[in-house]
Design a protein around this ligand. Structure first.
Ligand SMILES: C[S@@+](CC[C@H](N)C(=O)[O-])C[C@H]1O[C@@H](n2cnc3c(N)ncnc32)[C@H](O)[C@@H]1O
Ligand SMILES: [Zn+2]
Length: 285
């Protein structure tokens, strides 16, 4: 497995493994120890807006239960297929805002099944999410860190994946190789419509077109949209889905109790994939 080349979040110098691979150190002497679960913590205190940023342990557990229930499996499969046609044989990939690692590990497994060995970084600002992700696959490089300061050298990524997470154009431009791909998964207008109708009096269409957050250097190659329905049984599955969505996280507890009275819920999954190519003006690729 090729090693992911990481860069120091303080000074951007390359990080080298030392101390029997338990520490990463840059030439300027900044050093970071590997957590016992195998991940790195490259999130600087000054990059944190709160003491414990990102998803909390309950949100992470709900997400794991829900995703391992394979309700979003078609989305993972579509991500894999989309990248199959576009990726080099051995790519350097970063999953930014990787959460508890369902898609990161799913993609790696798919690529291995097809005979490709990539170098993969799973990055998330939530320590709880990364700790959980690190249990899924030891051969992925997992790191706590921010998408606002991706701990990799400039122009080093062949692909960045952003699945329901922050799109920060400037930092993507620094980290991606010219000609690299950016795959963004985001909610389409009908995503979880039946669930949202239970939550809100008036349901507004989602408007999260990622192109609006990207500079002109990102050229849209294709948008994929194949909505499907999921059927949830029992209140654990329904409460897990609520915990994963901003709608569920914001709602009042009386409303939550009312929804959790239900034993079944059928709802739409309308997750769009936008595939962009990073083509800065001065690149010929
Ligand atoms: C909706 S979850 C999606 C997780 C995963 N991609 C998935 O689809 O299962 C959003 C994730 O983004 C993370 N996050 C939020 N802000 C971030 C940032 N600035 N840098 C990196 N991760 C961030 C959260 O901790 C959370 O795990
Ligand atoms: Zn440094």
């Amino acid at each position: 497995m090729p090693l992911m080349q990481l860069a120091c979040p303080v000074c951007s110098e390359l990080l080298q493994l030392c101390n029997e691979e338990r520490t990463l150190r840059c030439a300027a002497g900044h050093s970071f120890d590997r957590a016992k679960q195998g991940y790195w913590n490259l999130l600087l205190v000054q990059s944190k807006r709160s003491k414990d940023p990102g998803d909390n342990p309950e949100m992470v557990q709900s997400r794991t239960r829900f995703l391992d229930g394979q309700f979003y499996r078609p989305v993972l499969e579509r991500i894999c297929q989309t990248l199959d046609d576009a990726l080099p044989k051995s790519a350097v990939i970063a999953d930014l805002g990787c959460g508890e690692g369902y898609y990161t590990t799913g993609l790696r497994q798919h690529r291995l099944d097809n005979g490709y060995e990539d170098t993969i970084l799973g990055l998330d600002i939530s320590k709880h999410a990364v700790k959980s992700a690190a249990k899924r696959d030891k051969r992925i490089t997992w790191s706590v860190g921010s998408s606002a300061r991706i701990p990799v050298p400039g122009a080093s990524l062949d692909v960045a994946l952003i699945i329901f997470s922050k799109v920060l154009s400037e930092e993507l431009e620094r980290a991606l190789k010219p000609g690299a791909l950016l795959l963004i998964a985001y909610p389409g207008p009908r995503h979880l419509m039946s669930l949202r109708e239970l939550i809100y009096e008036e349901v507004r269409d989602n408007d999260s077109d990622p192109a609006k957050q990207l500079s002109d250097a990102f050229k849209l190659e294709q948008t994929l949209s194949e909505p499907f329905d999921i059927e949830l049984e029992g209140n654990q599955q329904i409460s897990d889905l609520l915990a994963m969505t901003p709608h569920g996280q914001r709602m009042q507890s009386a409303k939550r109790d009312e929804i959790l009275q239900r034993q079944q819920l059928r709802t739409e999954v309308d997750i769009r994939l936008g595939l962009f190519r990073y083509q800065p003006e001065n690149s010929s690729e």
